[in-house]
Design a protein around this ligand. Structure first.
Ligand code: ATP
Length: 882
């Protein structure tokens, strides 16, 4: 056997081919054996305890082994066999019980068993509600799938869309967040998901809820209906509407635990009035310095304020903070640092409430009451993971206690009340007040934190838990160290978010902002604010200018409000208005106060005269495409002035037609339903329309023929006149020819009124004149049938063609003459003469040139030799004449 050839481009030798064929054969056999084993797998068997008991391919088994996964958890033992058989699954199991592997293993097995290759495109899609969780799932996939040849990618935003798009088309498995994935499905050319085999939704209940609804529905629209779908969550629901949205086929509900929280978790709550919350928290941190804890707040602004202020107080444990609006790299870095830390305190929004698997967390502290029991369960699930111990504590305002306990009892959450020991209590109010006084930025953060908290409580759906009017907001504002309670005005019944974001969308080029990730939002203006401040550094700023700076634009104390128009003031310090029942968590998480508040600067008379620009170049309004936009920064102004960007808001161009009264109408106007019915049955209307149109076309056709005939006649007349002139008839002055000439010279509209009257038609007069045969032209023309007309027309065309050719020839001749004249006559003559003499060498001397015919061509023959040039010329001329 010849040895296998090595090197690029060469065909493998027979030996290598044999090995490959053998390998393929083995794989084929192993897949067939796996298929058989899966088909025979008994779902009720009690002896499935380890991964080795499952019919898994070699690559997956090795991956699991190398990642130290041997024993199956409950959810894995129940869900994996079902998933291997191709069933759609709704999986529910307590937090930290290994749901990730319960879907990763089936994903790998599915693709392996259908012999998925790198050329088959996207085979599996795993969707996660947050970036942190997506990264974590991707890591598990990489570890367990290390022996497989599939390509896998992470699509979570934070990078340029183009960069991601380039790699996307080559991926077999993708882990993504919904918004970013949808962006790619809509925009990335060549990204094909038509063959998708399996779709997984981790934290499915979150992905299917309001915050992601639009993105997820649009995303699912792109996917093929024939696929396997797996949904997992600790708080899985069997909502029929969700199942329909995902077109699940006879899904199996796999629920392995009665309680969604692990038994190794000790859960506590303590009642602390809202104004004492921060004191309690500070005391708690100080008492647990040798712990690793996550502290949850309801909004990113609270996280920032507490993090910044506590950092100044140095409690004695490393502090970290994590929120949705941080940059992707920063988020990843913080996640890494917290995961690696032994003792640390992480202030966070719900961005890490679900799925994130931080190792060895001792405490979960919920400073703000979660919006519902499910959120509570996921938050506390960050500790006591996979058989480890953990503890949690929930802070509740007295008004929240009863309602929240009821909700937790419904979910069978075992929770105990604890109280803070008196000697552990410590007030931080004075310190916060000092800091707010010293650092205006911190004060602004505090004001925003206050507002976002008030807003989140106000918008909560569960009014049995969140009793807005029982909250001591004044006391809470004081506890944050604020000099006065920020004024808030709630807008009634309007989609404030939409209103606010319209101009922003036009300006945004930030990839992150377009990500559909809805959780744990934080004000993205952080970065913008910083830039703006730098810009303003060199300008002289008054206290009023500072007051209107963006950081403080919507957080005005009573004192500042008095400076503004009375109509903008809110006499009530607390919220007013009915508001709508928006998803409070989504609203709080998105956390952009500006859209919530109506405290905008009022434009007064002179400012409006000044194009809306204030004395300091402040806020200005413009109206574009029927929408009003507020310009409050140079950058925004620039964007708003950019035609290209603003075209988005103009809508699509429409073509209009104008009626006789100058009124604009759309090109096609739809008739009202009533009018349409009044006009009779549709079939009749259609027949009528066709008839009318046919008649109209016929009429127009006749007109066209008449016009064409008239033109022909005129041309014919002109030709005849010309011919008569050439023959000299005009001199004799035949009456008909004279008249025709006069008429033609007069043109078609003698009186110049442009109405083209019948009696002004020059041909009409001519037609009435008697011809040689005694018949008038008009009489004769009346006799013409169409055939004659056609004949004349053809003649006319031929005549014209002849004339054109003649003209062309004349022009060519003229050109040639011009060319000849350009050549230097002397040189030409000399040349001719020289030629002559040379030819003549062969001839007998003194012979006259004679005409000869050579091959049918006439040539000159010499009978005498010219002596001078003149002589030559005379001789040549004579010959030519001959
Ligand atoms: N079979 C297993 N053997 C050992 N450890 C496991 C096994 N399965 C999962 N784990 C570990 O358990 C931890 C929790 O797993 P995972 O994150 O999948 O839980 P989860 O059920 O998805 O939690 P959550 O509901 O919070 O999302 C992880 O650290 C994981 O490595």
């Amino acid at each position: 056997m010849a040895p296998a050839t090595k090197g690029k481009g060469k065909r493998p030798g027979p030996f290598k081919r044999d090995i490959r064929q053998e390998k393929r054969k083995q794989q084929q056999q192993s897949i067939e054996a796996l298929d058989k084993a899966v088909a025979e797998l008994d779902l009720k068997a009690e002896d499935i305890k380890t991964f080795a008991d499952l019919p898994l391919c070699h690559a997956t088994s090795v991956g699991l082994e190398k990642s130290n996964f041997t024993t199956l958890t409950d959810i894995q033992a129940r869900a994996i066999p079902l998933a291997l058989k191709g069933t759609d699954i709704l999986g529910a199991a307590k937090t930290g019980s290994g749901k990730t592997l319960a879907f990763i293993v089936p994903v790998l097995e599915k693709l392996y068993r259908v012999r998925w290759t790198e050329y088959d495109g996207l085979g599996a899609l795993i969707i996660s509600p947050t970036r942190e969780l997506a990264v974590q799932i991707f890591e598990v996939l990489r570890k367990v799938g290390r022996q497989h040849a599939f390509s896998a990618g992470l699509v979570i935003g934070g990078k340029s869309l183009k960069e991601e798009a380039e790699r996307l088309t080559k991926m077999n498995i993708l882990v993504c967040t919904p918004g970013r994935m949808l962006q790619h499905l809509d925009q990335t050319a060549g990204f094909d998901v038509d063959n998708l085999q399996i779709l997984v939704l981790d934290e499915a209940d979150r992905i299917m809820d309001m915050g992601f609804q639009t993105a997820v529905d649009a995303l699912v629209d792109h996917l093929p209906v024939h696929r396997q779908t797996l949904l997992f969550s600790a708080t899985q629901s069997k909502k029929v509407s969700d199942l329909a949205r995902l077109s699940l086929k006879d899904p199996e509900y796999v629920s392995v635990h009665e309680v969604a929280t692990p038994s190794t978790l000790k859960q506590h709550y303590l009642v602390t009035p809202l104004p004492e919350k921060l004191d309690t928290l500070y005391g708690f941190i100080k008492a647990n310095l040798k712990s690793k804890m996550i502290v949850f707040f309801s909004s990113g602004k609270q996280v920032r304020f507490v993090y910044e202020s506590f950092r100044h107080m140095s409690p004695g444990v490393p502090l970290l903070h994590l929120l949705g609006k941080q940059k992707q790299l920063q988020r990843m870095e913080i996640t890494r640092r917290f995961a690696e830390a032994r003792h640390s305190c992480l202030f966070a929004t719900d961005v890490v409430a679900r799925g994130v698997d931080f190792p060895a967390v001792d405490w979960v502290v919920q400073v703000d009451c979660p919006e519902d029991a499910d959120t509570y369960i996921h938050r506390v699930g960050r500790t006591a993971r996979f058989e480890r111990d953990g503890r949690s504590v929930l802070f509740m305002d007295p008004s929240e206690e009863e309602g929240m306990l009821k909700r937790l009892a419904q979910k069978k959450v075992p929770i105990q009340k604890i109280a803070v020991k008196d000697h552990k209590k410590r007030s931080v109010r004075d310190e916060l007040q000092n800091m707010c006084f010293k650092y205006p930025d911190l004060k602004y953060l505090g004001q925003k934190a206050f507002i976002s908290y008030v807003r989140s409580v106000y918008l909560q759906r569960d009014k049995e838990v969140f009793k807005f009017d029982q909250m001591d907001l004044e006391g809470y504002s004081n506890s944050l160290g604020l000099p006065g309670q920020p004024q808030i005005k709630f807008r009634k019944g309007e989609d404030v978010k939409k209103l606010k974001n319209a101009p922003r969308q036009g300006m945004s080029s930030d990839e992150d902002e377009s990500d559909g990730e809805a959780e744990g939002g934080e004000d993205g203006s952080e970065k913008k604010e910083g830039k703006k401040k730098k810009k303003m550094k060199n300008e002289v700023r008054t206290k009023y200018d500072r007051m209107f700076e963006r950081t403080n634009q919507d957080v005005l104390s009573g004192h500042y409000n008095k400076l503004l128009d009375g109509s903008e003031q809110t006499p009530d310090a607390t919220a007013v208005g009915s508001g709508d029942n928006n998803n409070a968590a989504a609203a709080a998480a998105d956390d952009d106060d500006d859209d919530f508040l109506s405290v905008k600067r009022v434009l007064h008379g002179d400012e409006l005269d000044n194009g809306g620009r204030g004395p300091n170049g402040g806020i200005k309004k413009i109206v574009f495409g029927g929408q009003e936009f507020v310009i409050d920064s140079k950058r925004r102004e620039k964007a708003l002035m950019s035609k290209k960007k603003m075209l988005k808001y103009k809508g699509n161009p429409t073509k209009l037609v104008f009626d006789d009264d100058g009124q604009a109408h759309p090109l096609y106007e739809l008739q009202g339903e009533e009018d349409f019915e009044r006009d009779g049955p549709a079939e009749e209307q259609r027949a009528r329309f066709v008839e009318d149109e046919a008649a109209r076309v016929k009429e127009a056709d006749l007109d066209d023929r008449e016009t064409a005939k008239a033109r022909l006649r005129e041309r014919r007349l002109r030709r005849k006149l010309r011919e008569a002139e050439e023959r000299g008839d005009m001199l004799g002055g035949s009456a008909r020819a004279q008249a025709a000439k006069a008429v033609l010279a007069a043109g078609s509209d003698d009186d110049g009124d442009g109405d083209g009257d019948e009696d002004e038609d020059p041909l009409a007069l001519l037609r009435s004149l008697p011809t040689a045969g005694g018949k008038s032209a008009s009489d004769r023309e009346d006799d013409h049938d169409d055939e004659a007309y056609e004949r004349e027309r053809r003649e006319q065309e031929m005549e014209e063609e002849r004339e054109r050719r003649k003209k062309r020839k004349e022009q060519e001749r003229e050109k040639e003459n011009e060319k000849g004249a350009e050549e230097k006559p002397k040189a030409k003559e000399k040349k001719k003469a020289r030629k002559w003499f040379q030819d003549d060498d062969d001839e007998e001397e003194g012979e006259r040139p004679k005409k000869k015919t050579k091959g049918g061509k006439k040539v000159l023959e010499m009978d005498r030799q010219p002596e001078t040039l003149e002589d030559f010329e005379a001789l040549a001329a004579g010959l030519l004449e001959e």
